[in-house]
Design a protein around this ligand. Structure first.
Ligand code: CLF
Ligand code: SF4
Length: 478
């Protein structure tokens, strides 16, 4: 079977395994109220690629860059670029009017029907540009009611606009919270502009902190799902993030996204210019792991652009630049989109059944954990050629379980039909801590070099978890 939206071929699923009865953490069967609540929550996040790690293999999001201004100054941001709270620094998006943005959404909703979420995340702070932001959401809610609305903010103006957010049925809001202690905040923010006055130092951090906490409370009361983003800045808030995580959980946030600071002098940010470094993947993972007992941790964030389009791991924004999308007609069709989503859901069910079927019956205790790198175009499958991968998804395997733990961006190896020697070296460095790379195909030359570097290669076209477990078994025997 081929899913209509993605063109992904479903792996052979021989027999549908029956899903065991749902049990709670304690091992007993959950009561029906909890199950019902879980189901409702599952429904709210099922097609949101950021709130659900599993959904991000199948559903896409898009952003529209309608919000240019900002009301605070983060030390990792340069106003020439997009809001670094949700974007990679150094990326510039084309600014749109709400009407242009609405047209773009309708065009893309037709061309990429698996696009289920529209986010506004910059290039400045959406709530520092309330009219443009809310006008855009209004237009989309009116013309494309099946698209979920999502907002990302620094939180300063959140308490002020909570009613409007609720009214517009915006069900997902992200606040970037880097500290719960203004003394730490003072090192992260240069100023805050609030009530027509500019504040600096600890006073600025205190105002921001208070408004963020009020905003979080207001979201909880309004029953809006809240994601918290935190930028990990070594030496400044790295040890503090566990405290942030505990507070976020106690205040009802749904998921915590701990992102690495990306900092380079050429970005022209304060941190870039003073040489403040970002965390290594290992440092990031340690903090994420330490927080993961408290609440859901997002590890699949791609720090996307304010005009990002597509699945999280791909960037199709250049296909829809202003000069291009303004020439395109809207192909939005509610019924077609519903059909495509039904196809994706059927595929997900089959995928889930295949995963269950391949799960070892017994969980091995104290099994060694290893990392593997996966080349995928989405759909939860190993389905990409080594030479075409622009990132590897990293999974941790322990013999009975397979967990997504992050991704590593790379330059793709195959450039114009030839493998690049220097690129291969960088790729090997990027996945040096992995025992294997799982790909649909790989050439002899990179295979040999990877083996020399101690990284095995597995060629397969199948469910990621299945291939990873099979590799583990074979590795464990060696
Ligand atoms: Fe966009 Fe953000 Fe909504 Fe997602 S992104 S506004 S919650 S729809 Fe997602 Fe991109 Fe990470 Fe943001 S991967 S940067 S977390
Ligand atoms: Fe930059 Fe976003 Fe911070 Fe504003 S909130 S200063 S746009 S990173």
């Amino acid at each position: 079977m081929t899913t209509p939206a993605t063109g992904i071929v479903t792996p052979p699923v021989t027999e549908t395994a029956s899903v065991p009865a749902k049990t709670g953490d304690c091992g007993c069967t959950s009561n029906s109220a909890t199950v019902e609540m879980d189901e409702k929550l599952q429904e709210r996040i099922a097609k949101h690629p950021c709130y659900s790690e599993e959904a991000h293999h199948h559903y896409a999001r898009m952003h529209v860059a309608v919000a240019p201004g900002c009301n605070i100054q983060c030390n990792y941001c340069n106003r020439k670029y997009d809001c670094a709270n949700e974007s990679r620094p150094g990326v510039v998006s084309e600014l749109l009017t709400p009407e242009e943005a609405a047209h773009k959404v309708l065009v893309i909703a037709g061309k990429i029907p698996q696009m289920t979420v529209l986010g506004i995340a910059g290039p400045g702070d959406p709530l520092a540009n309330p009219e443009k932001t809310f006008r855009t959401f209004e237009l989309i809610a009116d013309k494309a009611p099946d698209i979920k609305l999502c907002l990302s903010t620094n939180g300063l103006m959140l308490p002020e606009y909570i009613d409007r957010i609720k009214q517009l049925n915006i069900d997902h809001v992200t606040i970037t919270i880097n500290m719960v202690d203004p003394e730490i905040g003072e090192k992260i923010y240069s100023w805050v502009h609030y009530n027509r006055k500019r504040y600096r130092g600890i006073e600025a951090a205190r105002i921001l902190h208070e408004k963020q906490m009020e905003g979080l409370q207001a979201l909880k009361e309004a029953d809006i799902l809240c994601k918290v983003n935190s930028v990990m800045i070594p030496g400044i808030n790295d040890h503090h993030l566990e405290e942030v995580n505990k507070v976020m959980r106690s205040k009802g946030a749904f998921i915590h996204n701990i992102m690495p600071l990306i900092s380079a002098p050429e970005h022209g940010t304060h941190f870039g210019l003073i040489g403040q470094r970002g965390p290594t993947p290992k440092e990031l993972k340690t903090v994420q792991d330490n927080c993961s007992g408290n609440m859901k941790i997002m590890r699949h964030c791609r720090q996307c652009r304010a005009d990002a389009v597509g699945l999280l791991g791909e960037d199709r924004s250049q296909e829809f630049t202003k000069d291009k999308f303004l020439e395109m007609d809207s192909e939005y069709n509610f019924e077609t989109r519903q059909e495509v989503h039904a196809g994706i859901e059927k595929f997900r069910e089959e995928l889930q059944a295949a995963k269950e079927q391949n799960k070892p019956a017994l969980k091995e205790t104290n099994a060694e954990k290893i990392l593997v790198a996966v080349a995928t175009k989405g759909g939860g499958l190993v389905n990409q050629h080594f030479g075409h991968a622009k990132e590897f998804q990293i999974y941790e395997v322990d013999g009975s379980e397979v967990h997504f733990v992050g991704h590593r961006k790379i330059d793709h190896y195959c450039q114009g039909g030839f493998g690049e020697e220097a690129t291969l070296e960088n790729i090997i460095q990027a996945i040096a801590d992995c025992k294997a790379v799982l790909v649909s195909k790989i050439g002899e030359c990179p295979k040999t070099e990877l083996h020399t570097a101690g990284i095995q290669t597995v060629e397969a076209y199948d469910v990621i978890e299945k291939v990873a477990l099979e590799f583990y078994e074979q590795w464990n025997k060696e």
